[in-house]
Design a binder for this molecule. Sequence first.
Ligand SMILES: [Zn+2]
Length: 312
Amino acid sequence: MPTVAATTLLDRAGPRRCDEAWLKAHAADPAARFLMLVDLKPVIISSPDRQISSLRWLSGADVASLGLPAGDVLFLGIGTEGVAHFALPITDHLARATPGALTYLRPAVDLRSLAMQGALTPEELSLAGQARALAQWHENARCCGRCGSTLLPKDGGWRKKCWGCGLDWFPRTDPVVIMLITDGERCILAHEHRYVDNMYSTLAGFLEPGEDIEHAVRREVLEETSIHVGRVVYHSSQPWPFPHSLMLGCVGYAETTEIHIDKNELKDARWFSREEARTMLERRHPDGLTAPASHAIANALITSFVERKLPG
Ligand SMILES: [Zn+2]
């Protein structure tokens, strides 16, 4: 299964986190743990070859020693041992000006690289993804979209309230359908213009207002490949914090077979047999074609197809 998954050992304490005194008491607990995000990159502890690495959790005393200006402290949740976990996003510009940065704020590594390297456990990757998605929303949601006034963080960062008109804003999640299209024996994989050389993946696209998942799958596939899809079956989902999407993995059963691609969206799209898809997953395709790595839900969809384990 994908590694940036929904697995988290933290209790997000939804009903309690709106209590500021409760949050403050947890933040002041000497055992509380803080994850620094420098330009949205989590600070990690790592061996030079990055074979062994983990998130670097600071204590409140460590954070205080950095003398940072007050910023958004984002509540991630309570661990099984009762300890609160927080994320503290700062800019790289600020990190560079902070004495002690070399000790406490480095290395800060892009989460996508950490996922691709398999450098963190699924739980840590999931936590860092949660922190990154929330921090990205805070960075982008500074002013009220209705009246333009400043938004004030509430509920440990899980809500923002407009200072001007009082409107509540909540963290944004963008649903994306990602679908393996099959005719039973073959599947459609596509190469987008932005992909690295020779990588082919499942089709995907954002849901639009007023759509259900099945409609979005059929519409996206028709727009991008001219293939008509009949039955659509849910497979699995994956939070994808780049910046804050939720990938809804589906299988779509094709009713037509002739592909005509939308050249604005795709560079190529083809039917692949099970055996050919297997060689792409295993990096031994004769033409060097590859499929996404195991951190991505596309890999799980293609693997299910190859292993004849598709739902429905
Ligand atoms: Zn407002």
